[in-house]
Ligand binder design. Structure first.
Ligand SMILES: Nc1ncnc2c1ncn2[C@@H]1O[C@H](COP(=O)(O)OP(=O)(O)O)[C@@H](O)[C@H]1O
Ligand SMILES: [Mg+2]
Length: 269
């Protein structure tokens, strides 16, 4: 059975894209067959995983075409990540037009779910990197995946964004009468600062099962790997200090992968 996860927080800069990339890398290391979808018009995932502009540039095929034409075949759009052991459907700037293009289309929130039905490879995991928004694109991601993983900076100002997202999930649950499970909240770029700890404490008290392993702050490594077009599992940094940072971050992402595997094997909670 394929397990799909929307990686979503409507706030930008919370770590959606790096979490999608490196979680995919970790799941692949654990032997899982993984497909990643880039739904963000910025196509940060597609460039950060090493595709050239001819793939994610404005003229390339995009997921938008699949959302607009239900007869379109998604399988030819699936590509191997240039440097990693997982598959990707790249995104491009056309995704910015999705909201507008889907107006007036029937079943416009359920189109990605239809696309999933046509994917022929039996993936263990499909990870969907979402734009920083709550719109028809993210509705499609939530309704197709039925599971969401929320990367969050543990700062006070991010609390509101999680509450908004929970509200949106509840609305979709009611309107479409579907279950959408929150798999976890992932503390990204964690440092021991007071309000980060307050956030974690609140989560621990209210929904301990949702607290995913923390991802320690590794800005330089994450950005160097992105510039090189690799996940941290295929990236080769220079210098022993950087190698240590990479080992630690790999540990964090493998712990996150184990958490995701465990949480998605459970019944909905
Ligand atoms: N361990 C980590 N994992 C992922 N991102 C991290 C980590 N440590 C620091 N960061 C930083 O967090 C930022 C969040 O990524 P970004 O692409 O801006 O998120 P989003 O896709 O949500 O907009 C990046 O600048 C990244 O370098
Ligand atoms: Mg992003």
């Amino acid at each position: 059975m394929t397990i799909a996860l929307a990686i979503l927080n409507q706030k930008g800069g919370t770590g959606k894209t790096p979490v999608t990339i490196h979680l995919a890398g970790a799941l692949a290391v654990l032997g899982k067959r993984v497909l990643v979808l880039d739904l963000d018009g910025q196509a940060d995932l597609s460039s950060g995983i090493g595709f050239k502009r001819d793939v994610y540039g404005t003229d390339g095929d995009s997921i938008l075409g699949l959302l607009l034409d239900l007869k379109a075949d998604p399988n030819p759009l699936i590509r191997r990540a240039p440097n990693d052991n997982f598959d990707v459907i790249p995104g491009n700037m056309q995704m910015y037009l999705a909201e507008q293009s889907l107006i007036g289309q029937r079943n416009r929130e359920r189109r990605l779910a239809r696309v999933f039905q046509r994917i022929e490879t039996a993936y263990d995991y499909i990870l969907v990197d979402c734009p920083p928004a709550l719109n028809v694109v993210t509705d499609n991601a939530l309704l197709a995946c039925r599971r969401v993983l929320i990367p969050a900076r543990m700062h006070r100002s991010y609390r509101g964004s999680i509450n908004n997202l929970m509200g949106q999930i509840n609305t979709l649950r009611e309107v479409f009468e579907v279950d959408i499970e929150i798999v976890g909240v992932v503390p990204v770029g964690f440092e021991q600062q007071a309000d980060q700890q307050a956030f974690m404490k609140a989560l621990k008290e209210n929904a301990p099962q949702l607290l995913a392993p923390v991802l320690r702050k590794r800005q330089t490594l994450i950005e160097d790997a992105r510039d090189a077009g690799h996940s941290i599992f295929s990236y080769v940094p220079g210098g022993s200090y950087r190698k240590k940072a990479q080992r630690e971050s790999q540990e964090d992402y493998l712990a996150l992968a184990e958490f995701v595997i465990r949480r998605t094997a459970e019944e909905v909670s």
